[in-house]
Structure formats: C-alpha cells, structure tokens
Ligand binder design. Structure first.
Ligand code: G1P
Length: 295
C-alpha cells in the first residue's frame, strides 16, 4: 500500500475582492460571474467532484454569502420546476447542490494573501493531503485538470502543482518553477519563486491554480512569513517542502483561461460556448460575423 493518503478534500479560496470586474462585482462575488451557464465557482466545484473529491472547503469572507446559497437546496424552485415539467432545468440545479456533510466553510477575515487563505482551512483539512482550486483559473480539458492530477498523484504521491509555459515577460504574474528532470507529464521541482521579474525567473514554467499538497505545508504557512507583494504566499510555503517530500510540476492537458482578467474571462466564455451542444453552432456563426467585420 502507498504511504501517501488519497486526496479527499479540496480547498477553494474565495475571499478575494474581484476589483478587476467592478462594478459587476460591487455586490456580487467574482466567483459568481457566469461562464456560459454556471458560475465560475461551480465549474471549479464540478471539476473537483469529477476528480473524486468528497469534501469541499470554501475559504470565504465578507459579502460572499451568495456562494454558499448557490450550493444549497432550493425546495421551492425544485417544486416549481417539477410541476412545470422542466426536468432538464431541475437536473441543472441539482448539479449545483452540495449536501450538508460535504460543504465546509471558514473565513479569511483579512486579505493577507493566498498562503494565509489556505492556512485558514488547516483545521478543516487536518492531517491529510488536499487539493486547492483557484476558481479564477478555468481549464477546458477532455479529462478535468484535477482528475489528471489525482491520477498522477495516485502513482507518485507527494506534492503536485499544475504547470504551463508562459512568455518570459509574464513571469511576474505567476509562481515559477526551478526545474529538474522531466518524465512524461511530470517535472521535478527544485525550487519555486513567486512572481519573479523576467530577468530573475529560473524558467518560464508557471504554476496555475490547481495544487495537490501534503498537510506539512501548514507548518510553514503557520509562520505567517510575508513574501512577494508583502503577502503570505503559498508558493513560499510550498518551496520549503522541496527536499523533504517529492514535489512535481504536472504538465496538464487542456487549455487554461485566466478568468480573473476581463480578456481571459471573455475568451473562456467563447471557448466554452463553442463547446455547448445547444448554442455552439450559433456562437460559431456569430464569431464569423464579427471576425469579418471591420468595426
Ligand atoms: C496565484 C499564485 C501564483 C499562481 C497563480 C495562478 O497568484 O500566487 O503562484 O501562479 O495564482 O493563477 P494570483 O493570480 O492570485 O496573483
């Protein structure tokens, strides 16, 4: 039997403000912005569920109550849909329900950084490995990104971060790997740096918002050391695990969209709607119309 425990829990840091989408996010959490027909947080939740995750931990904050409401049961709505024979819609809202023994909430009361947000979940995670999904990062893939990672983790154990290549001028937006040996989709991680300047970046391989980590990361997070941007960085705590536990980058198959930016969000909506059985063909026609227009 493997010495590594299976991944059963996932943490979703959702306390962020979403200033890049103001005024849309003045009242509504940015994670509720819809990607075609479901909010970003639901895409992340479904990805985790498809990867076999059993417990969903939201690290929320002020003005984020709508997120837990979204995943609650809505008996009146369900009765209305049933009585009107709208069974497809009923199915759709059922897919956004999380039962009481599966959804756990904690709060990050101050915006001290991603590392701090993850630390806020330490009691709920306990002494077992866990996944992290950043709902801003959406990955369109035949096999959901986290499922690919869990399959790989079940072979190798240790810690895994999903990675992609970025243009060198963008390294200051990501956690960047100092890379070792490559073996298929796995890349040995020798070091990790948060948001280095292009000239200082050890590579152009960057971390995207999917992680599988061992609980020992909390020991490092609990020191509350600040790093890049004066924030408590997850990357810095992860870097301290290197050497004492296996640590790999995982080159996932799929296309990642940065839904924390307006352009990335719009592109994601185009990509996902083109895949939609009902509206995909019409969207293609619309794109052709605008692609050929000059204004
Ligand atoms: C966070 C992480 C960074 C990672 C990125 C992926 O940065 O700190 O290491 O590469 O997510 O999206 P943020 O985008 O929150 O600034």
């Amino acid at each position: 039997m493997s010495k590594w425990k299976p991944v059963r829990k996932a943490v979703f840091p959702v306390a962020g403000l979403g200033t890049r989408f103001l005024p849309a996010t003045k009242v509504m959490p940015k994670e509720m912005l819809p990607l075609v027909d479901r909010p970003l947080i639901q895409h992340a939740f479904e990805e985790a569920r498809e990867a076999g995750i059993e417990e969903f931990i939201f690290v929320t904050g002020r003005h984020k109550n709508m997120l837990e409401e979204h995943f609650d049961f809505q008996p009146e709505l369900e009765d209305t849909l049933k009585s009107r024979g709208k069974f497809d819609m009923l199915e759709a809202i059922k897919s956004s329900e999380i039962s009481e023994n599966q959804l756990f909430l904690t709060r990050q009361t101050r915006p001290l950084g991603l590392g701090h947000a993850i630390w806020c979940a330490h009691k709920l995670v306990g002494d077992e490995p866990f996944a992290i999904l950043l709902p801003d990062d959406v990955v369109l893939a035949d096999t959901p990104c986290l499922k690919q990672m869990v399959d790989s983790y079940n072979e190798t154990g240790g810690n895994l971060v999903s990675v992609m290549d970025v243009p060198r001028e963008q390294t200051a937006s990501y956690g960047i790997l100092d890379t070792g040996k490559e073996n298929g989709n796995l890349i040995e991680v020798k070091g990790l740096v948060e948001k280095p300047k292009p000239e200082d970046a050890p590579s152009t391989l960057s971390v995207i918002g999917r992680y599988i980590l061992q609980p020992e990361v909390f020991t490092h997070l609990s020191k509350f050391e600040t790093g890049a941007g004066g924030e408590i960085q997850l990357t810095d705590a992860m870097a301290k695990l290197i050497g004492s536990q296996p640590f790999h980058g995982y080159r996932y198959e799929g296309q990642r969209y940065d839904c924390g930016s307006r352009l990335g969000f719009i592109e994601a909506n185009i990509a996902y709607s083109l895949k939609d059985k009902e509206i995909g063909d019409d969207v293609r026609q619309i794109l052709q119309k605008y692609g050929s227009s000059q204004s």
